[in-house]
Write a protein that binds this ligand. Structure first.
Ligand SMILES: [Zn+2]
Length: 471
């Protein structure tokens, strides 16, 4: 009996291991967006914003109201464009941490809505009206629940200490009335407000210190490890360089017997691609706006230093299930696509293909990306999908240069050669016929287009792409 129990225990460990590493070998199903809940969430946000606006003191500036309206609009727009993920497993993780912090620290004023953004930027934010946003890019960097708990507690502290609206107000105050009016006249009021809402409303170093130390205070009452702060802050400091990720090998991925890789595709441009010369090609991400991270660690150390005989952070203690971590890594490929950042989507897809070379979703996704990139070159919308944003880790530079060097016909040939191979083309997948049809038609290879169309009609007489596949 006893040996049986041990056997079952070992067998279940093995199954867990197998599940973590085996289940994504061939398939991946992307995470959902909100469906009918979108409108409910938008209503909630508007109600919360109206409540804040009505309780603002008479003396407070009209600008703050405008900025709050702008925030509501922006959140609504993002909800409508599927910027947020609706996923049971992620909700469960975040909900568990949220309820541990809030039930062990009962008080009013916590954020009431937590939404998971598809953004790859390793960041979280509080919007001041009750919304807390956690980015997928942050979740992809976390190893334990304690790490997530510290970040959530830090953002909660910004809200509890009313830092969000304070930061906005002081940003407004820093600009004189005349200056504000002049800018509004030149750039339009909304643009000036947007700038204040984003660029100027960063927290001061003192507020970051306050949020860090309050996060520790909140975590000390929970089952999580408050000592985690050093690990998390270090991670944020190095977020540009995800240490677990490998740089994709473009040359071997896009080298085909009938269309060999060209080294000139990797040559950096003679003039910068960046928006202005002094920010360079790749500007720092938003986390760099945080005050100097070592100073933040030293400050919390000075308050709660745990070296004196206390237990230190144990990264094996409350680990996030490795199957969920794998799922988050895979989701980066799809989420960046949903938010129209095709360059990053390709970066993550190539990385994941290195890990799961036979994954059908990833193979299809790379084909889809190449065709979409070809179509956007054709429609002169390429810059919308291959763009420099605030977050651009150095590791992505090569891919970005590659994508910027490719001409329309070159992308088409790469797409054609990638899809039109036994290793990739899947006769049971309708989308593959459609993609190959688009790209062979684009290359004026009508012989192939006709063959693909005939094969498609034979295999899928009522296929969903029939309407779109017309010669
Ligand atoms: Zn902060």
């Amino acid at each position: 009996m006893k040996s049986n129990a041990i056997f079952l225990f070992l067998a279940s460990l093995w199954l867990m291991h197998d599940q973590a590493y085996g289940q994504y070998e061939y398939e991946y199903v992307p995470m959902d967006s909100f469906d009918l809940q979108k409108e409910i969430l938008i209503d909630e946000i508007n109600t919360d914003i109206a409540a804040i606006q009505s309780s603002l003191p008479r003396s407070s500036r009209d600008e703050l109201k405008t900025i709050l309206n702008y925030k509501a609009e922006l959140l609504a727009r993002r909800l409508k464009s599927n910027h947020f993920i609706n996923d049971g497993e992620l909700d469960q993780l975040v909900g568990k941490v949220y309820s541990e912090i809030t039930t062990k620290n009962p008080r009013a004023g916590y954020p009431t809505r937590i939404m998971i953004s598809r953004s790859p930027v390793p960041n979280a934010s509080c919007w001041g009206e009750g919304t807390m946003i956690i980015n997928l890019g942050l979740l992809s960097r976390l190893n334990t629940e304690s790490e997530l708990a510290f970040i959530m507690a830090h953002e909660m502290a910004h809200q509890l200490l009313d830092h969000v609206n304070e930061a906005t107000l002081s940003a407004i105050k820093r600009r004189s009335d005349r200056g504000l009016k002049r800018q509004a006249k030149t750039y339009g009021k909304l643009d000036v407000m947007k700038e204040i809402a984003y660029d100027d409303a960063r927290y001061s170093r003192i507020k970051e210190h306050e949020a860090d130390s309050m996060a520790v205070v909140l975590l000390r009452n929970t089952s999580y490890q408050w000592q985690v702060y050093e690990r998390v802050l270090d991670m944020l400091d190095s977020a540009d360089y995800p240490e677990t990720r490998e740089r994709p090998d473009l040359k071997s991925r896009f080298d085909f017997s009938k269309y060999p890789f060209k080294d000139k595709w990797l040559e950096p441009p003679h003039s910068g691609l960046g928006r202005s010369s002094n920010t360079g090609l790749f500007s720092a991400d938003s986390l760099k706006s945080h005050p100097n991270i070592p100073k933040r660690i030293a400050y919390v150390d000075s308050l709660y230093g745990y070296n004196a005989g206390k237990k230190s952070y144990d990264p094996s203690h409350d680990r996030i299930a490795s199957s969920l971590q794998q799922r988050i890594d895979l989701e980066m490929t799809s989420s960046t696509f949903v938010i129209n950042d095709y360059a990053k989507s390709m970066f993550y897809t190539l990385q994941m293909l290195g890990q799961y070379p036979e994954n059908k979703f990833l193979k299809t996704h790379l084909a889809r990306l190449l065709v979409e990139l070809y179509l956007s070159r054709k429609n002169h919308t390429y810059n919308r999908y291959v763009r420099i944003s605030n977050y651009y880790p150095k590791m992505m530079e090569e891919l970005f240069i590659f994508l910027n060097n490719l001409r329309m016909s070159e992308i088409a040939k790469l797409a054609y050669n990638y899809i039109n191979r036994d290793a990739v083309f899947d006769k049971t997948n309708e989308e593959h016929y459609f993609l190959l049809f688009i790209i062979s038609t684009g290359l004026d290879n009508l012989e192939v287009s006709e063959k693909v169309l005939t094969a498609y009609k034979n295999s899928f007489p009522n296929g969903q792409y029939l309407e779109a596949m017309k010669l």
